[in-house]
Every structure is written in C-alpha cells, then in structure tokens.
Design a protein around this ligand. Structure first.
Ligand code: HEC
Length: 165
C-alpha cells in the first residue's frame, strides 16, 4: 500500500468565478425567470373591476345549463271553457248538491228568485262572490267569460233562458 496523499488541485480564480456563477447565479437566474413568468401571467388577467360586469360574469357562470320557459309552453290563445265544462269542474262541487245553501242545479224553486235578478247581476255575483258563494266559485283562473258561461248553463237548467256571451 503506497502512502499516497491525495493532492487537491489548486483552485484557480477562474474556477472560483465559474463555481460562483454556476452555483449561485444560475439558480438565481431561474428564480428571476419564474417570477417574471408569474408576473406576466397575472398581468394578462383582466381584472373584473366593474362590479356590474363582475356580477354579470358570475351570473353567466352559474346560469342553469338549460332553461325551459314554462310560460310560453303553457299559454296559447286562451279558449274559454264551455258553461257545462266549468260547472262540472268547479261549480258542481257545491251546486250539484246545494252545499252551503247554494241553489241546486235544476232546482227551479231555489233558482227562480235568483234568475229574476237578471243574468248580468247573477254573473256579477258569481264573479265577485256573494255571501257563502266564493268569487269565481273559488277558482281564480276562470275568466269572466267562463263564469258567465257557467251561470247561463246552471240557470238554464232551472228554467232560465240566458244566452252566454
Ligand atoms: C264553495 C261552494 C260553491 C261553489 C264552488 C260555487 N258556488 Fe255558487 N253559490 C254558492 C252558495 C252558497 C250560493 C248562495 C249564496 C247566497 O245567496 O247566500 C251560491 C250562489 C250562486 C249564484 C246565485 C247568486 C245570486 O245573486 O243569487 C250563482 C249565479 C252562482 N252561485 C254561480 C256559481 C258558479 C258559476 C260557480 C262556478 C264557477 C259557482 N257558483 C260555484 C256556493 C258555491
């Protein structure tokens, strides 16, 4: 075994400079580049400074994917139901059996004094309601025309001769 003492080569100034450049400046350069990149990305963002525009953007982002416009689906031209249809669907709930003291359909005796008031008055009472008789028979969706149809239909069952509009 030879007693070889390893001889470190002398570092030159040039080597020191290179080492410092490589070990210190190269990473520094990379860091500077990354920072500049991040600043660049941030600068390319347009800030939503206008609160209205920002709110609009949020609305746009959270808007439902699909919208179904029920109003346009449901409404077409409204066709008034006939007196018979309205009476069957709404008025007969009370008037078929004389509930709450209502004049029963076809009962001439109880309808006669009411019929004598005239068609217009009866329609007015049926639309606005009178005593225990609810407005529009309790169905607010009925049009004035439909109520008038129903009044004519019911009163005519009891001997009147009203013509629905
Ligand atoms: C909740 C029960 C009820 C329903 C539903 C109902 N009515 Fe009546 N109606 C009454 C009662 C009770 C009276 C009697 C009111 C009174 O004179 O005290 C009456 C009275 C009437 C009269 C006579 C009013 C007058 O001036 O003498 C007409 C007309 C009438 N109803 C039409 C209708 C029509 C049309 C409908 C359906 C659209 C309808 N009613 C649905 C309870 C009802």
């Amino acid at each position: 075994m030879s007693d070889h003492k390893f001889d470190f080569p002398k570092t030159t100034v040039r080597q020191v400079v290179l080492a410092v450049l490589g070990g210190l400046f190269a990473p520094l350069l990379v860091i500077v580049m990354i920072v500049r990149l991040l600043i660049g990305i941030e600068a390319s963002h347009i800030p939503d400074t206008d609160p209205k525009a920002a709110a609009a953007k949020v609305e746009e982002r959270i808007a439902p994917v699909a919208k179904v416009d029920l109003a346009t689906v449901e409404t077409g031209p409204h066709v008034n139901k006939s007196g018979e249809e309205v009476v069957k669907a709404v008025c007969s709930a009370c008037h078929a059996v004389g509930a709450l003291g209502s004049p029963k359909i076809g009962d001439k005796a109880s309808w006669a004094p009411r019929i004598s008031q005239g068609y217009e008055t009866l329609v007015k009472h049926a639309i606005a309601g009178i005593r225990s008789m609810p407005a529009r028979g309790g169905n607010a969706d009925l049009t004035d025309g439909e109520v008038a149809n129903a009044v004519a239909y019911m009163a005519n069952q009891a001997g009147a001769n009203f013509k629905a509009p």
